[in-house]
Design a protein around this ligand. Structure first.
Ligand code: NAD
Length: 417
């Protein structure tokens, strides 16, 4: 969490409290679900290329494992803090429950800027971090995946390190792996695909066609860039995109294929020719049909929510909108598809990858996407129905569904001992 930012854990707990109140959750259940179950902090050495030793801090936090093994990504970012990881772990519990897959929630992180490391330093850091969190992770215990700053290659090193310690190959210990070591077709694009499915449902609900809609996207990594490509291919007009260095804008639409090629070639968006520059803050306030925050937490807050002009906010990022901003957007009629629904395509195909790995039986990309569409559309419609019945916004409806599922599972299992 960068200095001066909102605390994501406080926001995650406020979101939970709203649902817990409406569900009239018993106070014991509230106490259980409001905090993470297990937290591991590790400080570990890495030998750098020049012979120096650096010590890095990492975390692995399991919020809840009532419904199955813990599941959640690993983030490499310089500003990441323990409360952020706690919040991200909690959101994973609700996300898995919204799409009804048999997982609990977890998250991991290392405080590091991976861009500052050489490839071999990144590999040593990843392998040592994997060893340090080895007591928590495992194919039926806790299964990491990629998040901000980590890639399929990082997942491959985690899988290999865990396998070396186990004495045999354990592909199901991570998801988001490269295809040639047990990854799933469609996993790289899964979060963006899932987002596009629910955006399509939302635009139908609001009676406009996603083909021809204007779109602004904050964050141009795995999720943001893939969403830009998929929406462009569907005929939507992507008018602005940004990364940590700022954004680019064209009122008539960006040539997305060229922007992707430019970003791949130069690593940045800022000097893309023929487009106007804009800041990340300005991007959020552009008049457009669909706004996609696909970077970090707490981007839409009470400070700027009045100025959001989009009809739909599709939360590809985790926690981009604060509870204060939620209320403002709802009153202004902005339709927010909350993170625990909108970006659940990633964990859903991670689940498919885990199932395929355990069965050693792999599906085609068409089968993966068809199953993903079924899950995402089903979850969207369930949340929308609940939002209409209870007259609440989509986030509260998604929480009502998720928290109720986890609470009921807790009651069914009972409290040990
Ligand atoms: P990534 O590392 O591939 O990309 C992150 C992007 O955000 C980069 O373009 C980076 O430049 C940009 N960024 C970083 N700081 C920024 C800032 N302050 N302002 C604007 N842009 C900034 O990460 P990703 O996997 O695409 O994840 C993006 C978001 O989606 C995160 O919130 C993540 O938790 C969430 N998410 C990812 C997945 C997944 O499968 N990868 C699944 C669910 C949710």
């Amino acid at each position: 969490m960068a200095p001066g930012q909102e605390n994501p854990l406080v926001n995650a707990q406020r979101q939970f409290d709203i649902a817990a109140d409406m569900l009239e959750l018993a106070s014991g259940l509230r106490k259980i679900l409001r905090v993470p179950q297990r937290e591991l902090t590790v400080n570990f050495p890495v030998k750098m290329d020049d012979g120096r030793i650096e010590v890095y801090t990492g975390y692995r936090i399991q919020h809840n494992i009532t419904r199955g093994p813990a599941k959640g990504g690993i983030r490499y970012h310089l500003d990441v803090g323990i409360d952020e990881v706690r919040a991200l772990a909690m959101w994973m519990t609700w996300k898995c429950a919204v799409v009804n897959i048999p997982y609990g929630g977890a998250k991991g992180a290392v405080v590091v800027d991976p861009k500052q490391l050489s490839l071999s330093e990144l590999e040593r850091l990843t392998r040592r971090y994997t060893s340090e969190i080895g007591l928590l992770i495992g194919p039926d215990k806790d299964i990491p995946a990629p998040d901000v700053g980590t890639t399929p290659q990082v997942m491959a090193w985690i899988m290999d390190t865990f396998s070396m310690h186990s004495g045999h190959t354990v592909p199901a210990v991570v998801t988001g792996k490269p295809l040639n070591i047990g990854g799933s077709q469609g996993r790289n694009e899964a979060t963006a695909h899932g987002l596009v499915y629910v955006l399509r449902e939302a635009s139908r609900h609001l009676s406009f066609d996603i083909t021809g809609a204007t779109v602004a996207i904050q964050g141009f990594g795995n999720v943001g860039a893939t969403s830009a490509r998929l929406l462009d291919e569907m005929g939507a007009t992507v008018i602005a995109v940004s990364d940590s260095g700022g954004g680019i804008y064209s009122r008539t639409g960006l040539p997305v294929a060229d922007v992707l090629a430019h970003k791949a070639r130069t690593g940045s968006l800022s000097d893309f020719p023929g487009a106007d520059r804009l800041t990340n803050e300005d991007l959020l306030q552009l008049p457009c049909d669909i706004l996609i925050p696909a970077a970090l937490e707490s981007q839409i807050t009470a400070r700027n929510a009045e100025r959001i002009k989009a009809r739909i906010v599709g939360e590809a990022a985790n926690g981009p909108t604060t509870p204060d901003a939620d209320a403002i957007l709802y009153n202004r009629g902005v339709f927010v598809i909350p993170d625990i629904l909108a970006n659940a395509g990633g964990v859903t195909v991670s689940y498919f990858e885990w199932v395929q790995g355990l069965q050693e039986f792999f599906w085609s990309e068409r089968e993966v996407n068809a199953q993903l569409e079924r899950v995402m559309v089903g979850a969207f419609q369930s949340v929308l129905r609940l939002a209409q019945e209870r007259r609440v916004h989509m986030r509260t409806a998604a929480y009502l569904l998720a928290v109720d599922r986890v609470a009921r599972s807790t009651v069914t299992r009972g409290i040990y001992p």
